[in-house]
Design a protein around this ligand. Structure first.
Ligand SMILES: [Zn+2]
Length: 247
């Protein structure tokens, strides 16, 4: 009925993102892939006799959402384009492997992994992660210079999830409020907006002029009815009055 209701996302992708078991299975696949990658060497991967392995690696990076090719690269060419980037700069790819190795070691040992980004570092605190305390952030910037930074990184991590994907804008355009949908088909922020939209659509389908005409007609009929009732009441009263006199 509503376009957004059906076009929200393809059912297959949606279930892969929201089914908790599928999410966990996929995450384990990615982690196993990362461990495998951290235990290889770029020179081995890039040796001419292992061209197939390089293409497989590029495909896995793409399938696991770990690579983002340029928008202009056509879908069919994404694997080749990613493989090309790896082949072109073996040293840089060895850097990726080395960083991954440090990250996984830190997690295995319950330590902090510090990734330098200019003047700041992005830290993954495996101790906090393994403590299981959800109020203790496991990823944050260091040094923490503003509340905005800690709020924003926490917000982005939470929102990059199946639940975050349910954040929508109410399709009733006079409302347009951002809300968290409770059901996949929910397109209005509240019950009030849903019923107001039904009324608005009814009015729209009828056309403004016709709606007014219909409204006038309803009002006319209503007032005629009122008048008629008033007359009837008066008559009734009179009859009772005369009857009373007769007795
Ligand atoms: Zn709304």
């Amino acid at each position: 009925m509503n376009k957004r209701e059906t076009d929200a996302s393809t059912p297959k992708l949606r279930s892969k993102r929201t089914d908790p078991r599928a999410v966990a299975r996929r995450r384990r696949q990615i982690i196993n892939f990362l461990i495998g990658l951290s235990q290889t060497e770029a020179t081995v991967l890039l040796s001419p006799e292992r061209r197939g392995d390089l293409l497989n690696l590029a495909r896995d990076l793409l399938n696991f959402g770990l690579a983002k090719p340029h928008k202009e690269v056509p879908r069919a060419k994404r694997i080749e384009a990613t493989a090309f980037i790896i082949r072109q700069a073996p040293d840089r790819f060895q850097g990726v492997i080395a960083s991954l190795r440090k990250l996984l070691s830190a997690i295995a040992d319950g330590k902090e992994f510090l990734w330098e980004l200019g003047e700041k570092s992005l830290i993954l605190d495996a101790g906090a992660l393994k403590s299981g305390d959800p109020t203790n952030p496991s990823i944050y910037f260091w040094p923490i210079t503003s509340l905005e930074q800690s709020v924003m990184i926490g917000a982005m991590l939470e929102l990059a999830s199946a639940e975050g994907a349910m954040v929508r804008r109410c399709v009733r355009h006079v409302c347009g409020r951002v809300f968290l949908a409770a059901r996949p088909k929910q397109v209005f922020c509240t019950r009030q907006c849903a019923s107001a939209a039904v009324f608005e659509r009814y009015k729209e389908n009828l056309g403004e002029e016709e709606y007014r005409a219909k409204h006038r007609e309803v009002m006319r009929r209503w007032s005629r009815k009122k008048r008629y009732q008033a007359v009837k009441q008066r008559k009734h009263a009179m009859q009772h009055g005369t009857q009373a006199k007769r007795r």
